[in-house]
Ligand binder design. Structure first.
Ligand code: SF4
Ligand code: SF4
Ligand code: SF4
Length: 456
């Protein structure tokens, strides 16, 4: 399988199965419309007839011969030899967990997937006993995996910070006893940060996710306090302090763009100007009836914006500065490992979420969906059949993904969004796919340009 596209003035060809990226000329680009997969030995007559007004027939034949020899050398139209990994993809140990430390929040963001913090299940906080059980569960289910990830999530986890601290202390004790290594992450809206909390977070948390949508006006339109006022001025000085004191430890600012800010490059630049260089801004996934929801009609505008963003990022880097936009990060050298490329986030299999009352779900976005409750820490139940179903949900089990050029980068999309917006974890959610594919094209083009620059 191949995928060709035009971006940043280049004609780019991706050989999907090998991951090879080629910069091609316009003739090759046009000719590829007539090349079958796998290619026939002779240049198709239809290509000569259609293109000989634009290019000499001899050039077309010569180009075709080159393409055919690349195919014979397994460089183009290479075979897919990943499916065997997917078929052997059995359930793995659980190695990551999301703790809904607070099923409550002090903000009321319009687009909140978590029912403005309560997941539609009532406002409540996790107690330390449940947190301990969660740590014990993770240690037990992780088998011989040493490195374990634990995300403190909400709602707003800082509403229950004492329990966060207790759980960290307990996990640190347990990791010595069981030869494990915990890596903690906390996701916060930042409004309740204090100097003490910043110090603790910067000491103990391997990563920090700071939620902000970009420009103050954009953020405050969606990310509101309980009294309806905007939250930006409340958290921004605290975020800056946290990042300043964090040194070179990992963090990123994470935002959401909606129909109201399809010019989200400005939000990314605003965050950059505030001093953040690790940035993620994602499209809102919402009921299409919501006024802020993105729809298929918005795609041309969104695509244009990703191209603009890609130009801006190039400009920043050309000036010797650093910026990392998460969705343009790409490993063209076939990383990460095969199984991760086929199955993505690992939800419901390697990763689970725990609600404050000890219920187990495939991930935070499934919390509160009764049919996806996997068990409970209180009665020791854990649905291993459901775990296997998630282990078997990979790019070859999803009909749209199987034939999609982006499958090894996208890894089959978000199971939760697939379920919520397309009815089944195996159904691709088209709006999200179209955006993902555009981001990938931008990322591939940026990377290809960089490689070209290095080669010159
Ligand atoms: S801060 Fe997060 S949990 Fe709270 S309302 Fe906003 S999106 Fe929801
Ligand atoms: S989720 Fe969509 S973009 Fe991703 S691999 Fe599947 S079809 Fe392709
Ligand atoms: S299913 Fe979606 S929301 Fe859940 S962990 Fe995976 S990518 Fe994230």
């Amino acid at each position: 399988m191949i995928h060709k596209f035009k971006q940043n003035g280049m004609y780019i060809l991706l050989d999907v199965n090998s991951g090879g990226v080629h910069i091609i000329d316009e003739l090759t680009y046009d000719l590829l419309d007539y090349v079958s997969d796998p290619p026939a030995e002779e240049c198709p007559q239809a290509a000569i007839e259609a293109l000989s007004g634009k290019y000499p027939a001899a050039d077309l034949r010569e180009c075709y011969a080159e393409l055919y020899s690349l195919y014979k050398d397994k460089i183009l139209f290479s075979e897919d030899d990943y499916e065997k990994y997917a078929l052997s993809a059995v359930a793995s140990p659980v190695k990551a967990m999301c703790l809904l430390i607070a099923q409550d929040c002090n903000l009321r963001c319009e687009y909140c997937f978590a029912g403005k913090g309560d997941y539609g299940k009532g406002r409540t906080l996790m107690d330390f006993e449940t947190g301990k059980k969660a740590i014990d569960f993770l240690i037990q289910k992780s088998a011989n995996r040493r490195n374990l990830e634990l995300d403190f999530f909400g709602g707003e986890p800082l509403m229950n910070f004492n329990v966060v601290k207790q759980i960290v202390e307990y996990a640190r004790e347990q990791e010595k006893l069981h030869d494990k290594n915990f890596r903690f992450t906390i996701t916060t809206n930042g409004t309740l940060l204090s100097d003490d909390k910043i110090e603790f977070i910067n000491k103990e948390m391997y990563n920090v996710v700071l939620s902000v949508d970009g420009r103050k006006c954009v953020n405050d339109r969606m990310r509101k306090r309980v009294d309806g006022k905007g939250s930006y001025d409340l958290f921004m000085p605290k975020f800056k302090k946290l990042v300043e004191k964090r040194g070179d430890k990992e963090y990123y600012v994470r935002g959401t763009y909606t129909k109201y800010n399809m010019d989200f490059t400005e939000d990314i630049l605003s965050l950059y100007d505030e001093g953040f260089d690790q940035i993620s801004i994602e499209p809102v996934m919402a009921d299409p009836n919501e006024p802020y929801a993105l729809t298929a009609a918005d795609l041309p505008r969104i695509f244009e914006e990703y191209e603009k963003l890609s130009d801006k990022i190039k400009e920043i880097r050309a000036n010797g500065k650093f910026i990392n936009f998460f969705h343009f990060m790409l490993d063209l050298d076939q990383g990460p490992c095969a199984i991760k490329r086929l199955r993505g986030c690992g939800c419901g299999n390697e990763y689970v979420a725990i609600s404050p009352d000890g219920d187990i779900y495939p991930c935070h976005q499934f919390v509160g969906i009764d049919e996806y409750k996997m068990g409970s820490l209180n009665d020791g139940t854990f649905d291993t059949e459901m775990k296997m179903d998630f282990a078997r949900a990979h790019v070859y089990s999803k009909p749209e993904c199987r034939k999609c050029w982006a499958k090894f980068y996208c890894s089959g999309g978000c199971n939760a969004n697939n379920y919520i917006y397309a009815g089944d974890i195996h159904n691709a959610y088209k709006l999200s796919c179209d955006i993902e594919k555009k981001r990938l094209e931008c990322a591939i083009a940026l990377k290809a340009e960089k490689l070209l620059d290095t080669a010159e």
